[in-house]
Design a protein around this ligand. Structure first.
Ligand SMILES: [Fe+2]
Length: 369
């Protein structure tokens, strides 16, 4: 395919000069149009796309000097060569500083005009190609970044999903809906946010807190599902779920699993030192453990357990409020400051509780056929 001939606009108030330039440039190589003043030039530039403008500096009305900035801003892909009288070379140099590609001096040496036009068009072509290449690179970087972000998002989702399933497996025997672990994550995140944790830390809490009881996987059914109270030996075994949970989670590079390890170990410690496994007191207990302690007790109170019926929401809140000796007072303050959110989390995950009850009834009906 033959290359399209490039279009040149010749702007000069003298018809004879326009004619001369046209004669030199037109023909097989370039298509030329003419304008006798700045206004006419603008009209033609708006109508057609020109590769190059040969622009006379001195014209009646708006000069080439006035027109140059407008061409550079409105038609940045158009090259401009200034045409000047011998005495105007200083002005022409100024024009080059303002974006003109070159200048030619009257009276013209026609070979020089052709060379100047060729050079300007070549420079323009390289600039356009460079820009296109740069834009292509930028777009590629953007696409790759997006793809990487999506891949990271998928990996994160997959690992969170796996972790939730691990937590759920550990809790499955006494909570087959998984709603307890969902609620613990959300209660704990709400308290942490209220206590001034940053967004990323709150998100870590949301994912870490559900793993608090992962060590229950090692507690035998006869203890975990016992309806009566535990004897001393059974209780000692039950307590080991904290240490075993921390052992399961230890050694991870992921920040939220490191957080989960601390939570698993410390969520049964009590503010007054009466908790387990280490009997830590007050601020010896890591804050994340103190937060999940409140969330866990509140959720246990509102839930059915093998050994108890649930308390109402109001009763549960009262019991937590009265458990001051067990809990960090600042965590309790934060918990009650977000009481509305806590209530709506409980409400939101109630459906799962109901569906679980419906499923239990269906299973019983099936067993009794
Ligand atoms: Fe626990």
């Amino acid at each position: 395919m033959a290359a399209r001939r490039e279009k040149i606009l010749i702007v000069d108030d003298e018809q004879s000069i326009r004619g001369l330039l046209r004669q030199v440039l037109a023909g097989t190589r370039y298509r030329c149009e003419e304008a006798g003043n700045a206004e006419e030039a603008v009209k033609k530039l708006e109508k057609n796309s020109f590769s190059l403008v040969l622009l006379d500096i001195k014209m009646p009305g708006r000069s080439g000097l006035d027109l140059l900035p407008e061409i550079k801003s409105s038609f940045p892909d158009t090259a401009v060569i200034m045409a000047t009288a011998v005495g105007d070379t200083d002005v022409a140099v100024q024009c080059m500083k303002h974006g003109a590609y070159d200048f030619i001096t009257k009276p013209f040496i026609l070979d020089d005009v052709v060379i100047s036009v060729e050079r300007a068009l070549e420079k323009r072509r390289l600039e356009i190609e460079n820009r296109a290449y740069r834009e292509h690179l930028e777009q590629m970087v953007e696409e790759r970044t997006l793809a990487l972000r999506e891949a990271m998002g998928k990996i994160k989702l997959a690992s969170l999903d796996t972790i939730h399933r691990l937590a759920r497996a550990a809790e499955y025997r006494d909570d087959d809906t998984g709603s307890h672990i969902e609620r613990i994550g959300r209660y704990s995140a709400a308290i942490a946010r209220q206590m001034g944790w940053k967004d990323g830390e709150v998100e870590d809490m949301l994912y870490a807190a559900p793993m608090h009881d992962v060590g229950k996987i090692a507690v035998p059914d006869r203890i975990l599902l016992k309806t009566g109270s535990l004897d001393a030996d059974e209780w000692e075994i039950m307590k080991t779920h904290t240490i075993i949970g921390a052992e399961i989670l230890q050694g991870s590079d992921a920040k939220f699993i490191q957080l989960a390890e601390v939570i698993a170990l410390t969520h049964h410690e009590k503010w007054d030192g009466g908790g387990y496994p280490r009997g830590l007191r007050a601020r010896e207990i890591p804050l994340e453990g103190r937060i999940v302690a409140v969330a866990d007790v509140f959720d246990a109170l509102t839930s059915v357990r093998p050994y108890k019926e649930p308390f109402s929401l109001g009763e549960s809140l009262d019991i937590v409020r009265e458990g001051e000796g067990h809990f960090d007072p600042e965590v309790l303050d934060a918990f009650f400051a977000v009481e509305d959110e806590i209530r709506s989390i409980r409400e939101w995950y109630k459906d799962e509780e109901e569906s679980r009850l419906r499923r239990m009834v269906a299973e019983l009906q099936y067993a009794n056929r």
